[in-house]
Design a protein around this ligand. Structure first.
Ligand SMILES: [Zn+2]
Ligand SMILES: [Zn+2]
Ligand SMILES: [Zn+2]
Length: 243
């Protein structure tokens, strides 16, 4: 099979073979440069909890990689990697969270950024007023996790470029995922160390706002990559340390 061409940058995407809900293998394509996935029709719905965790670690890798905090700017016209027709920008909602992607009108699939994928899976929450105040004590400027634009924290609680509210990774959702993983562990048991490490990752993310005992690594990830990215990076570090 030839590699999928990334709609964003026209380079070959990396094919990831993952396990679906039914145990059948599904393939998802990833572009580490554009920070985006291509899902063939409905593949996103078929992801098992274990596969979702795998995508998390891959997002973490790309976030801390050489293109770390740099967001791709997408061309105005992007083509379906399957039929070359123009992809249609689409707005959708998951509970209260709006998210955005590009879909093929001929139902071949869709192209979605890491950030919107996390939004779709309800892994993103808006920063509370207290968290925002704590953030301002440490950092003057962050890059928007949605568009990559700089946000001056002195006067803004939302991105002036794209309007996204300042957001962080919702660690409660990550824990829920691990519970699902445990419930669904019919094929192979869940490593108890993974659950332990997720609790630590949650602590690391939340402690950053709770009691001032945050690590230097955390704040440097926040200011170089962004808030959501720092959360994903913390999570990916812990998931890996239990692998
Ligand atoms: Zn790309
Ligand atoms: Zn198509
Ligand atoms: Zn923005």
């Amino acid at each position: 099979m030839t590699a999928t061409t990334c709609p964003g940058c026209a380079h070959a995407m990396e094919a990831l073979t993952l396990e679906g809900h039914s145990g059948a293998a599904i393939t998802i394509d990833l572009c580490a440069t554009c920070h985006a996935f291509w899902f063939d029709t409905h593949e996103s719905l078929k992801l098992s909890p274990a596969s979702t965790l795998t995508l998390f670690t891959r997002i973490g890798d790309a976030t801390l990689g050489e293109n770390g905090g740099v967001k791709a700017t997408f061309p105005a016209i992007m083509s379906c990697p399957r039929c070359s027709s123009r992809l249609v920008p689409t707005h959708d909602r998951q509970r209260d969270t709006p998210f955005h992607y590009w879909r093929c009108d001929h139902r071949h699939g869709r192209y979605i950024t890491f950030f919107d994928f996390l939004r779709e899976k309800s892994f993103i929450k808006t920063l509370s007023a207290t968290e925002l105040a704590e953030l301002r004590r440490h950092v003057q400027m962050v890059n928007c996790s949605n568009c990559g634009g700089p946000v001056d924290l002195k006067n803004a609680s939302a991105c002036p470029h794209c309007g996204s509210p300042l957001s962080i990774l919702d660690m409660k959702q990550a824990e829920r995922l691990v519970s699902q993983l445990r419930d669904a562990a019919t094929l192979r048991p869940v490593d108890p160390a993974l659950r332990m490490n997720l609790l630590r990752a949650r602590h690391e993310v939340e402690a950053a706002f709770a009691d001032g005992r945050h690590s230097q690594e955390w704040w440097s990830d926040v200011s170089s990559s962004g808030l959501v990215e720092a959360g994903v990076a913390a999570l990916a570090r812990w998931i890996k340390s239990s692998a």
